[in-house]
Design a protein around this ligand. Structure first.
Ligand code: AMP
Length: 534
């Protein structure tokens, strides 16, 4: 049969087969709100009726400015399944950027958390396309001057909605890249691309989410669709737990223990904080239910993966992806061929970005676009293609990122070994070129973060009169720990060629970050780039 791959199928499936399984949300006051999949599907239909009444037409953009919670998920389901498009706005962006993005996407209606109204009010007047505002009463009553109360509006609407039969290539969701240079670019996901991404994500060798899982997306729903984790949950009928705005290690650990979370996903910073807290008090939280902690968004240091396993018997699942790849691209796990390998070899495989998941194809190319050998050494730009990889940006921007033969240029520099394991060595704009040789900042950072006194390390290019660029390391030490530049240098010696060693170590209190929690190296270069010229 020609059966369309649309998200609508997930709705009836969740209601009919997993109707009593919980979807839990934490509010700003830390209270937990419990719904079931049946409630969520009913509320999604009510929202679709309410949006229809507000005049939302097929193809219109329904924006969200929300933390991770149940109402946000309802927007993710209602808008696409009624034929509109959900557009997630990143609440960590500057109001001017938000205004640009909401204008660019031509957002029609917005669903915004009451707790985020102060941010919304800073840019709402710059988005002329916005016709209606629905306010989620997450931290108190909604004043009608600010918009319609989300809960009251959906309560007044019918729980029956005649979901249209949509073509699978219909647009479902828009996410913008978190560009650190230039304007963010829009990426459109279709029903088909999300469904296929979900199916492959739930394969045992990918993230392997199943009905028995309890999934905690720590990664924000505005960051590359929370890596698809909420879709994995509804497709399989897993229990879903949303953290709301409480993303500090203590709150997350408490939630994981209380709700018996089995799979949680977040960026390395989140897990570095969690590991430090567990190390300080290993017995405080019962994490015996945890099966996998998915780490992506930037490289997971080997010491982090090793520390969780050795000290707390917790397994990390390292994954690489991008907004442009929906986001799953590669996932790391050891293969049969490594079953008898040494712990060091296994750890190196787990700390790599892994190999492409089913239906994603990978290659890396040199400066003239020639394919490079999979020898584990030759660095080149990683390119991917697949059914959930973008074929263009919204509005036809960034055409230079797409090759004539149908591949997407990731902008990541990587090596690929014989087994297909990808190792991201840098973003192409962060690569350090010293006397014409490339130095991997990521490899140096990983090694530095394995030093017991180092909490975080970011290595970046400093301008140099003789070598053009030399590596500099910005270091954040763990509380009450000490390490000198000489000690850190000694720690790296022997692991790297001499010319790779940073020329200096700058001890800082915090490393600047992007809106999605990555090290903001452009800021480090701007602040300290001339350090070696003095
Ligand atoms: P975003 O679209 O914001 O998710 O950013 C995508 C970029 O994050 C990629 O192009 C990589 O540079 C980086 N990234 C994501 N996952 C990883 C990972 N596991 N290891 C290293 N870099 C990563």
């Amino acid at each position: 049969m020609q059966f369309p791959l649309t998200l609508t199928h997930f709705l009836s499936r969740a209601r009919d087969f997993f109707g009593t399984t919980e979807v839990v949300s934490r509010r700003p006051d830390k209270s937990l709100h419990r719904h079931t999949w049946r409630d969520v599907v009913d509320r999604t239909a009510r929202l679709a009726n309410a949006l229809t009444k507000l005049g939302v037409r097929p193809g219109a953009r329904v924006a969200t400015l929300c933390w991770n919670h149940t109402a946000h998920l309802e927007a993710w389901l209602a808008a696409p399944c009624m034929g509109a498009v959900v557009h997630t706005l990143n609440l960590r962006l500057h109001p001017n950027e938000l205004a640009y993005i909401a204008r660019h996407a031509e957002d029609d209606v917005i669903i915004v958390d009451r707790s985020l109204l102060p941010l919304f009010h800073k840019f709402k007047d710059q988005v002329p396309s916005l016709r209606h505002v629905l306010v989620v009463p997450d931290d108190g009553e909604v004043d009608p001057v600010n918009g319609l109360d989300y809960e009251k509006t959906i309560a007044a609407a019918s729980a029956e909605f005649a979901w249209p039969e949509l073509p699978e290539n219909q647009a479902a969701m828009i996410c913008y890249t978190s560009g650190t240079t230039g304007n963010p670019k829009g990426v459109l996901y279709s029903h088909r691309s999300i469904v296929l991404h979900t199916l492959v994500s739930c394969m045992r060798d990918t993230l392997g989410v199943g009905e028995a899982d309890t999934v905690l997306p720590v990664v924000p729903m505005f960051h590359a669709a929370a890596w698809g984790l909420p879709f994995d949950a509804i497709a399989t009928g897993a229990k879903l737990v949303f953290p709301g705005p409480h993303l500090d290690p203590g709150s997350l650990l408490e939630l994981m223990a209380k709700e018996r979370v089995t799979v949680a996903g977040g960026v390395p910073t989140i897990w570095l904080g969690i590991l430090a807290m567990l190390d300080a008090d290993p017995k405080k939280f019962d994490l015996s239910a945890i099966r996998a902690m998915v780490i992506g968004g930037s490289a997971a240091p080997a010491s982090l993966i090793d520390g969780f396993k050795k000290r707390h018997d917790l397994s990390v699942q390292h994954a690489w992806g991008m907004t442009e790849t929906s986001p799953l691209g590669t996932v790391s796990r050891t293969k049969r061929a490594q079953a008898d390998a040494s712990p060091e070899v296994k750890l190196a495989a787990l700390a790599s970005q892994g190999y492409a998941c089913a239906f994603v194809e990978q290659r890396h190319v040199g400066e003239n676009g020639q394919r490079l050998p999979w020898d584990g050494e030759t660095m080149g730009e990683l390119e991917v293609r697949g059914p959930w990889v973008a074929q263009s940006y919204l509005g036809g921007e960034g055409v230079d990122r797409f090759t004539a033969d149908g591949w997407f240029k990731t902008g990541d520099v990587a090596t690929i070994d014989r087994e297909g394991f990808v190792r991201i060595t840098d973003r192409s704009k962060d690569v350090i070129k010293s006397g014409g040789e490339w130095i991997s900042s990521v490899a140096l950072e990983n090694a530095l973060m394995s030093h017991p006194a180092v909490l975080e390390a970011a290595v970046f290019a400093g301008r140099h009169p003789k070598w053009d660029e030399r590596p500099l390391a910005a270091i954040v030490l763990k509380p009450n720990q000490q390490a000198t530049a000489e000690q850190l240098r000694a720690h790296l010696e022997g692991q790297f060629a001499k010319f790779w060693l940073p020329d200096d170590f700058l001890f800082v209190t915090a490393i600047p970050r992007t809106s999605t929690g990555k090290f903001l190296k452009s800021k480090l270069r701007a602040d300290y780039g001339d350090h070696l010229m003095k």
